[in-house]
Design a protein around this ligand. Sequence first.
Ligand code: NDP
Ligand code: MG
Length: 388
Amino acid sequence: MAEHKKNLAILGSTGSIGTQSLEVLDLIPDKFNIIALSAGNNIELVSEQIKKYTPKIVCVKTKEAADKLKEKHINTKFVYGDSGLIEIANLPEVEMVLVAVSGKIGLKPTIQAIKNKKDIALANKETLVMAGDIVMKLAREYNVNILPVDSEHSAIFQCLSNRKEVKHLVITASGGPFRNSTLEEMKDANLDEALAHPRWKMGKKITVDSATLMNKGLEVIEAHHLFNFKYEDIKVILHPQSYIHSAVEYNDGSIIAQIGNPSMHIPIQYALTYPERIEGIETESFDFVKAAKFEFYEPDMVKFPSLALAFEAGKKGGTYPVCLNAANEEAVFAFLEKKIKFLEIYEITKKIFDEYTSIENATLEQILEEDEKIRVKTRQLISKMRAL
Ligand code: NDP
Ligand code: MG
């Protein structure tokens, strides 16, 4: 009898994670049916993907884009916007949703998919930073697996066997392009320098976050929710080679780490095929001798204060992480548009954060309202700074 193929929806199929997940799926064609795809603005790429994968339904950002694609692909159903993503999360035949959109748009469809008892392969960290308590509670209630795609969380997921016997988590960070730069040099860092990540090729937002180490801060919050660890028990260590993707220290002093070449294909594939490990796209063995050097450093919180701010937001709880995420994202967008300088990303986020009053036990609606309020305030602050 033929093996059952899992029915998969990919949200954000045109992005860095989305395209790499399709590369993974190309090598394991017997395992999955691609039922749904979603894109934002990259209509050309999604059009090629539709030709190749013949999904039943595709979501794009706007009605115009949907109408245009419909002319070319008459057998595909097109939906658009937030409601289109929800429609995909509601499809009865979908068994797993890979959430690889960037930003807050991932949150609602993830929640909807959980409520429909679909397993989640989660790349979109904003979902857990904004609403980790709500999302994890729902996942338990609906008995749904949240399988981490983020490489550090995939590593921890693979190393955690008995949660009760673990002392702490060790999250590794490459240190980004400015690991060896001085604060003075970082002040004048331009966009190209911030986007020149030494290890990973990723979307622009997360690449800038990797340069400030805010990405690591968001990952600490993500790990807190995914694995239910106190912030005091989550350590961050710089490891420029990115061979150790993260580790877990047990009570007896044993450390179990997940090691491999830096490739997102591995965590993506493991999230998709869990609990199976199969031969897929990565066939080359890790060469210990060639790797030779594993270096480790303490993160410099003076050069990278965003990491400290993320720990603070996580520890304070309530909607502080929502504030951190929204203010940072708006500041990163402004940096990408060359409206502000690199170090101002942190300065703006910090100012908004310090003026913020958090809500305890916020509902999803309150979280989304707060998110919007903070974004407006951050954009106003940026306009004011630019007017000076
Ligand atoms: P990209 O920017 O490369 O891709 C984002 C995807 O989301 C694209 O498909 C994009 O569509 C879509 N998208 C963005 N905005 C919208 C919108 N408003 N409406 C509909 N679709 C939208 O990001 P990454 O792939 O790098 O990251 C995706 C997520 O995964 C992020 O949350 C990131 O933090 C996380 N992640 C990424 C890693 C990586 O290696 N890249 C590693 C770990 C986590 P389009 O391009 O068509 O506009
Ligand atoms: Mg990561």
